[in-house]
Each structure stands twice: as structure tokens, then as C-alpha cells.
Ligand binder design. Structure first.
Ligand code: KDO
Length: 331
């Protein structure tokens, strides 16, 4: 009797297995969690370039708007095996490894190309190795988010931001980790920690005066609907790393590993091109929406921000000589 049931159960299971597409059975699931929207350029390029490039052996499953994992908890989720991929910031990595704050410091990276040169340089190797060894996360490629600017509810008549002193008392939403808060304070503002997904409502209700993000994000998340001006401070040429589970990586064949890395780099390259173009194009779109966009005294901002980092706990964590190497890779 029991043998009969077992046989029947086995037959039923076999039927189910045969009904599934043959390839799907062996595919590795790659869940990515990001606070970014589906229409953010990084999301688009990962879905259009990365996913298809690995589809023979992997099922890429992106989750947007922090719907799977809260912003800032993704690296921990990868480390504990609850997630396979994320679009990680240097600020998030700095919560585990303070020296990553060097890549999160205002006015250090100069351009999208500079980010790539730094990421591919041997100076980056000890950073990547540490994340891999101690967190179980591989950093596959560097994505360009764009130049972050100060975007406020106040009209320019109410508040013109020319120097850091003009931001005194301004409640500026910054993402929730210490390195981000430090940057907000270094700009001269009063930083308020808040998850990305809450920013639109906070701007709408006036619980913050403003936020900082690149122009494509201001447009994609419709922050322009609830703000009136952008001071082009360009205080951070912002990046994200495509972060990948080392445990999943170790289960892959060398060919699959090569394909995953190449796909990540190709997605990042594609996203960078479009994002740069968007940054160039979106000023006129935002002006048409009624925003006042202008350049403040950049020298005043650069000097002030750099002065705040000198002698800070962050600067003390930077390995000897790395800042000089980063600077040498710039223009
Ligand atoms: C943000 O929270 O302001 C930020 O721009 C920080 C980035 O590191 C990145 O995480 C980004 O949000 C999200 O991907 C949403 O675009």
C-alpha cells in the first residue's frame, strides 16, 4: 500500500516536473532589491541588458521601490542569504567598512569616467576583497547615478543658495546612513534622515525643505511637482555598485561567472550613457515645469565641504595614499 502511494506521488511529481520548461528547473534565481523605481535608468538597463544576458542559466527577478528589502538593509540581506543582488551605495558599504566613505565624500569623484577609472584601478582591489571576504558580497561593476544637487521647496526669491551659509537651518532630506548625514551637514544644511520612498510625500507636506539627488531622479520620482528650485551644487558625483552574492557566485561555473560579470558591466555602461544624456537634457524640461535652476558659488561649496572632511572620523579611516591615487586618476 505504502509503496503504491509512493509510486503515485512520484508519478505526479514527475508530471509536474515535465510540465515545467526544461531550462527553468536548473536556473539560479537572482533577486535584486532596490529603492529605485522600475523606470529609473539603472533598473531599465539591468532589466534590458543584464537579465537577458544571463537568462540561459539565471532567472533575474528585480524588486523595485524597496518592496522586497528596506533601503540600506540590502547588503545585510545578501550576506545572510536572503537576497542575491542589489544596487549598493558607497555610503551603505561605509556602515560596514568606514574606509568606503572616501567614495562617498563630496567633490572627490569628478565625472562618470573618473568613477570607472577608480573602480577598475588596482587601488580598488583591497576594498573589493574586504567586502568579499568579510561580507560575502562581490562588487561587479560601478553604476553612474549622476551629480547630486540641492532641490528645494522654497522659491529662489524666498531663498537663494549661493554658499553653504545660505543652507543654514534648511531641513535637507538625506538618505539614512551616517556618511550621508555627514555630507548634508558638510553642505551647511540641517540633514534629516529618510528613506527614498518617503521623500515625495515629505516634500509635498513640507516636513522637509528639500532633498538632494541628480536631475534624472528628480524627474523620475516627480520631485519637481513638489519643489521650486535646484541649486546645481554638484556636491557628489554619485555612484552605486552592482552587488552580488558571493555564495551564489561560488556555485556558478567559471563561464557563468564570466557571463554575470560581463553582463553587469554592460548594463552599467548602457545605463551610464543614457543617464549622462538625461542630465544634459533635463534642465530645460525642469525649467518648463517652473523650476528655477542656477549655479551657486561652487568654489565656496567645494572648499567648505572639503574642510569638514579634513580631520574627520571618515578621513581618518581612509588608507594612506588612496585619496591621492583617486585624484591622480581624474582630469
Ligand atoms: C537616495 O536615497 O537619495 C538615493 O539617491 C541614494 C542612492 O545611493 C540610491 O540608493 C538611490 O537613492 C536609490 O536607488 C533610488 O534612486
Amino acid at each position: 500500500m505504502s509503496l503504491k502511494i509512493t509510486r503515485r506521488a512520484f508519478a505526479a511529481l514527475t508530471a509536474v516536473a515535465l510540465a515545467m520548461p526544461a531550462v527553468a528547473q536548473d536556473k539560479v534565481t537572482l533577486r535584486l532589491s532596490t529603492p529605485a523605481s522600475e523606470t529609473d535608468q539603472r533598473s531599465i538597463s539591468l532589466a534590458e541588458v543584464f537579465g537577458p544576458a544571463v537568462s540561459e542559466f539565471a532567472d533575474y527577478q528585480p524588486h523595485y521601490n524597496a518592496s522586497l528589502i528596506a533601503q540600506g538593509s540590502e547588503l545585510e540581506a545578501i550576506a545572510t542569504g536572503d537576497l542575491e543582488m542589489s544596487i549598493a551605495s558607497a555610503q551603505e558599504l561605509a556602515t560596514f567598512f568606514p574606509e568606503f566613505s572616501i567614495f562617498a565624500t563630496g567633490y572627490v569623484h569628478q565625472s562618470a569616467d573618473h568613477q570607472v577609472a577608480v573602480f577598475n584601478d588596482e587601488l580598488m582591489e583591497p576594498f573589493k576583497q574586504k567586502v568579499e571576504d568579510e561580507l560575502g558580497v562581490k562588487l561587479l561593476a560601478v553604476m553612474y547615478l549622476g551629480k547630486r544637487h540641492v532641490n528645494l521647496r522654497q522659491t529662489k526669491d524666498e531663498l537663494t543658495v549661493m554658499t553653504p551659509e545660505d543652507l543654514a537651518g534648511v531641513n535637507l532630506r538625506m538618505p539614512g546612513t551616517d556618511a550621508w548625514q555627514f555630507l548634508g551637514a558638510a553642505l551647511g544644511a540641517n540633514p534629516t534622515p529618510m528613506a527614498f520612498t518617503e521623500v515625495y510625500t515629505a516634500l509635498q507636506t513640507g516636513s522637509v525643505d528639500g532633498q538632494d539627488n541628480p536631475l534624472p531622479t528628480v524627474v523620475d520620482s516627480k520631485f519637481y511637482e513638489v519643489t521650486n528650485q535646484i541649486a546645481l551644487t554638484a556636491h557628489l558625483v554619485d555612484l552605486n555598485y552592482i552587488a552580488f552574492s558571493k555564495a551564489v557566485w561560488d556555485e556558478m561555473t567559471p563561464e557563468q561567472q564570466e557571463a554575470v560579470e560581463a553582463a553587469a558591466v554592460a548594463a552599467a555602461d548602457a545605463a551610464r550613457e543614457v543617464q549622462l544624456q538625461k542630465e544634459a537634457d533635463l534642465v530645460s524640461f525642469l525649467e518648463e515645469q517652473g523650476l528655477e535652476i542656477y549655479e551657486p558659488d561652487l568654489e565656496a561649496f567645494r572648499t567648505h565641504v572639503q574642510e569638514q572632511y579634513v580631520g574627520s572620523q571618515y578621513a581618518e579611516s581612509w588608507p594612506e595614499g588612496v585619496l591621492e591615487k583617486i585624484n591622480a586618476l581624474g582630469e
